[in-house]
Design a protein around this ligand. Structure first.
Ligand code: CO
Length: 437
């Protein structure tokens, strides 16, 4: 399937966005850079907000969740909010607080499993570390982003000679004992902890004693690529869900003077249930929406009208049909990679899509000239969920769950369609432009 130059540029921009974002904290920093370059002003949650009509703003909570918005031209009571939500986090491995230890002279870093990654995909890859460190200052501490660019750590497989059944049984890794990452062979008399902390301190240019706390995500240093006969697919880590963040952000940055107040809300902690101060089940999005309404002096009645004149698109990746595993899919709802955004529904409300919101999204796709597909999970398999249902329950807004089809969700190296990414940007632009209701 050949792809246009515009689609290739959009997909390359996605790969660049992910490569610049090896942790949720970096993803927020990357989004912030782009917002600032497009004239968005940062708001502090602990200071009063003075919002101007037509203004472009954003707020960051906890360094890993970000909400950006453009104040609409229309009366908020009538034009409401057009909100697109996604998540900044991806399942994987996180370093424990005192990660470095020695095992018979080998320095290893202990990890926790964050969310539900396919653990086997972390073996034999050029892994490194990215995260944030709190460094002592004269009057407290400051948070610094840190990224090791070179492959720093590794999880070597056990040779097949000691694991003869690996191809029949699959690669099983004991989470406590078999996931620590190899960092170095320790010279006699050297401990693992000072060796590792020395590395971190050197990177930051501070003494080890100035490091108070650190949060490190394990990431794959391999850059994103195009692949396929026509180079119509992309592969990278974190496509779930930085692809949705990137599509929504790209659409917001290209939106000029919308009628509706257009919002992108990207949350951390989706992969672990969203229940935190920065997660989608916390107060971040409702706080921002309330403060926008306050700035327009909306009374309680007008506020309710605004909520019900709004539309929330919860964007998260979907499961594209994999020809090698046909039995895993609902046979009459195959969604194909590069055949357009997917509308996800679930009778048990694991997805928030309703009859009306699905119809509304279909009309947006038609208007944007974008194909769409419908997905439902197999009845005999447990269905995943998204931030959609919890934000819908909290705000009471009409909500739809959508996402682009992909392969290998939660692998360290995921795949998706370049065409689909362009389609998703197209329909999100149409949503921000408004007037389908
Ligand atoms: Co996701």
């Amino acid at each position: 399937m050949p792809i246009s130059e515009q689609t290739r540029v959009q997909a390359q921009d996605l790969l660049d966005f992910i490569d610049a974002s090896p942790s949720p904290w970096h993803a927020v920093a990357t989004a912030e850079q782009r917002l600032q370059a497009h004239g968005f002003t940062r708001l502090q949650e602990n200071q009063r907000w003075q919002l101007q009509a037509g203004g472009r703003y954003y707020a960051v909570r906890g360094g890993s969740s970000i909400i950006a918005f453009i104040m609409g031209q229309g009366a908020l009571e009538e034009s409401g909010f057009t909100l697109i939500g996604a998540h900044t986090d991806s399942p994987g491995l996180r370093l424990k607080p005192r990660a470095a230890h020695s095992c018979d002279g080998v320095a290893r870093l202990g990890v926790e499993v964050y969310g539900g990654p396919i653990l086997a995909t972390f073996t034999d890859r050029d892994l490194s570390l990215a995260g944030r460190v709190n460094v002592r200052t004269a009057d407290g501490f400051e948070t610094r982003l840190v990224r090791f660019d070179e492959p720093l750590v590794r999880l070597p497989n056990l040779a097949i000679h000691m694991n003869r059944d690996v191809n029949e049984q699959g690669l099983k890794l004991h989470k406590q004992n078999e996931l620590p990452l190899i960092l170095a062979m320790l010279p006699k008399g050297v401990d693992a902890d000072p060796l590792f902390m020395g590395h971190v301190a050197d990177k930051l240019g501070v003494p080890v004693s100035d490091i108070l706390t650190a949060d490190f995500n394990v990431y794959d240093t391999q850059k994103g690529v195009f692949w396929g006969a026509e180079q119509e697919f992309v592969a990278n880590s974190q496509l779930d869900n930085l692809a949705s963040c990137h599509a929504a952000l790209t659409a917001l940055l290209a939106t000029e003077t919308p009628q509706s107040t257009c919002i992108c809300a990207f949350f951390d902690h989706e992969e672990v249930g969203s229940g935190s101060s920065v997660g989608a089940d916390g107060s971040f999005v409702s706080d921002v929406i309330e403060r926008i309404a306050n700035s327009r002096n909306l009374d309680e009645e007008a506020r309710h009208c605004a909520y019900h004149n709004s539309f929330f698109i919860s964007a998260d990746m979907a499961h594209g049909w994999h020809p090698n595993f046909p039995a895993a899919y609902e046979p009459h709802h195959h969604v194909m990679v590069n055949a357009g955004p997917v509308i996800k529904s679930n009778a048990n409300q694991r997805y928030s899509t309703s009859l009306d919101t699905a119809a509304r999204f279909m009309l947006l796709c038609e208007k944007a000239g974008v194909p769409y597909q419908q997905y439902v999970h197999r009845t005999d398999l447990g269905c995943g969920s998204t931030i959609g249902p919890m934000v819908a329950a909290q705000l009471g807004m009409p909500t739809v769950d959508v996402g682009n089809p992909m392969w290998a969700m939660h692998s360290l190296r995921e795949s998706a369609g370049a065409l689909d990414h362009g389609y998703m940007i197209g329909v999100m632009l149409e949503a921000f432009a408004g007037d389908v209701s």
